[in-house]
Design a protein around this ligand. Structure first.
Ligand code: NAP
Length: 302
């Protein structure tokens, strides 16, 4: 049996449009209504056709939904939740896909008191945005983390988990604050490092821009993929996961200082030991199917 019959998706960018496309493939009888705050996105989504209906307001999208998924930047969740509150059917479950969770959970509970709220974060994405960027297989083999409040109805959590499993994801449930610390380490701070190194390289006066681009295969270009991610989305992630990001950054700063000292004093053993440990982490990621095992991420070298 299908976990839901009528899904409303608010925010029809990379993640929202990928969910719609994946539902079309995996649960073709489910009715999908979409809304986006941007009129041009609504037009493009209508033209692509991954929703049965695209509405002009968020409220109109949710009126007969049994599942509502908010796929907007985390800073916009509170506003969208307030917009849908009056039109939300009493038995609808509200979820989202935001990359930080404690703030989102608090915002949803404040705007929708007494409603069933089951926040989610699919740990899957690309550096592209917008309705054209989505694809139906985005979530296959990836993790989706659910962060329900402590008093959530287990049946509601199970139904949301069932959707993600049908879309090909593996589901794990954890407390929102713990999610935010884990993702600060695995996603948010790595993005901050990429934004910062790409910014530093482009600011270095003794090295020209053309040299940075010409010799980027030395490692720089792999940071630029991450640093090309959506500015609105990432601004909101850092502002909404401030505490955990600052905690991890503090640890990172201490570790970088330690590396600085090892380089200054010629402590090759310290460097070698760290680089050996980090290589093992890469191996584990490949063994667990979370990345391409081919050399250089499978890039063509002809
Ligand atoms: P996206 O491609 O930029 O799509 C977001 C869409 O939401 C845009 O079309 C945007 O319109 C619209 N929007 C913004 N504010 C709105 C509002 N108040 N009401 C209605 N629509 C609004 O971004 P995305 O990558 O799909 O990210 C969406 C969410 O998924 C974010 O919370 C992000 O943290 C999370 N997420 C992203 C990834 C990833 O890799 N990208 C992975 C996992 C989770 P405009 O841009 O035209 O304003």
């Amino acid at each position: 049996m299908l976990p839901f019959a009528r899904v409303a998706i608010v925010g029809l960018g990379l993640i929202g449009s990928s969910i719609a496309r994946a539902i079309r493939v995996e649960m073709p009888t489910v009715a999908i209504t979409g809304h986006d705050g941007d009129a041009s996105v609504r037009e493009r989504a209508t033209a692509i056709g991954f929703c049965d209906d695209v509405t002009d307001t968020a409220g109109a999208a949710v009126t007969d939904a049994d599942l509502v998924i908010l796929c907007v930047p985390v800073g916009a969740v509170a506003g969208v939740a307030a917009e849908i509150a009056a039109d939300l059917p009493a038995d609808a479950i509200v979820s989202d896909v935001g990359s930080s969770k404690a703030g989102v959970l608090a915002a949803l509970q404040a705007a929708l008191p007494g409603r069933a709220v089951v926040p989610a974060h699919p740990v899957a994405g690309t550096e592209f945005s917008g309705p054209e960027a989505g694809f139906a297989t985005l979530f296959k083999g990836r993790w989706c983390i659910l962060t329900p409040p402590a008093d959530a109805d287990p049946a509601a959590v199970a139904r949301v988990a069932a959707v993600w499993e049908r879309l090909g994801a593996q589901v794990e449930t954890m407390e929102a604050r713990h999610h935010d610390l884990v993702l600060a380490v695995t996603s948010h701070v790595p993005h901050l490092i990429a934004y910062s190194i790409v910014g530093t390289a482009s600011d270095l006066e003794e090295v020209t821009q053309s040299e940075v681009i010409k010799f980027s295969a030395g490692g720089f270009r792999d940071f630029t993929r991450i640093a090309a991610s959506d500015p609105t989305m990432w601004r909101d992630v850092f502002l909404n996961n401030r505490e955990a990001v600052l905690e991890v950054l503090q640890r990172l700063t201490e570790d970088v200082t330690m590396l600085q000292r090892a380089i200054r004093w010629g402590d090759g053993d310290a460097l070698f030991d760290l680089f050996t440990r980090t290589r093992a982490i890469r191996r584990s990621i490949i063994e667990q199917g979370q990345d391409d095992a081919r050399p250089d991420f499978g890039r063509a070298h002809e």
